[in-house]
Design a protein around this ligand. Structure first.
Ligand code: SF4
Length: 205
């Protein structure tokens, strides 16, 4: 099963298929894999040892950044993620980014965000929408309307802990909503990246 895969000169970690959301743009609906991966559906949730072994045996030539992403919400396994990130920092000089929906407070209330300090270089958070109602329509989180503010709170806190935080939206929302997302991101002093919706996973970024 594919735990690590290479895509656009980055190493991606696929440590879980769990996710509390059902985003309308989720790439999991479009195929089984991304870029060079065959299938990102895991046979089982890999143990820490399995992930370390897969990392050690992966040819990382020319790769300088590890991104926790894959076919699920990586913070569904926040404790495992931090353990693996520590291992990567101890054994390589790779930068580490987490791509997340920002709902770890709901997913794992025990998670200590300060455990990211000095280990995680960047957190990319799916903003997805400018208000709780449209967020719920686009992201469809199982935690309902409070999810939006929880995600924003995580973004504010992450900004005080890790060197780089960014927001993303996918252009499935209207230009007016994207403009409001930009204003919201500006107000929090967090850069916003607008991603183009693709149904072809080969060009997913
Ligand atoms: S949070 Fe990510 S993995 Fe989960 S449904 Fe949305 S896009 Fe898919």
């Amino acid at each position: 099963m594919t735990i690590f895969y290479r895509f656009e000169n980055k190493l991606y970690a696929n440590i879980t298929n769990k996710c509390p959301c059902a985003c309308v743009f989720c790439i999991r609906k479009n195929g089984d894999g991304v870029g060079g991966s065959d299938s990102l559906w895991l046979e089982h949730e890999p143990s820490i040892e399995e992930i370390k072994q897969a990392f050690d045996s992966f040819d990382k030539t020319g790769l300088h950044e590890l991104v926790f992403c894959g076919y699920g919400e990586p913070m569904s396994r926040s404790g495992v993620l931090i353990e693996i990130a520590k291992y990567v920092k101890q054994t390589t000089d790779m930068k580490i980014r987490i791509n997340t929906n920002g709902l770890v407070d709901f997913i794992n209330p025990e998670f200590d965000p300060y455990s990211m300090r000095y280990i995680i270089d960047c957190v990319s958070i799916s903003l997805n929408a400018p208000d709780p109602e449209s967020y719920a329509e686009v992201t469809r989180p199982k935690y309902g309307l409070p999810s939006f503010n929880s995600m924003l709170n995580f973004a504010r806190l992450a900004k005080s802990i890790v060197p780089s935080v960014m927001f993303t939206v996918v252009d499935v929302i209207s230009p007016e909503q994207i403009k409001r997302c930009q204003e919201l991101a500006d107000g929090l002093d967090i850069p916003l990246r607008v991603r183009h919706y693709v149904t072809d996973n080969e060009s997913y970024t």
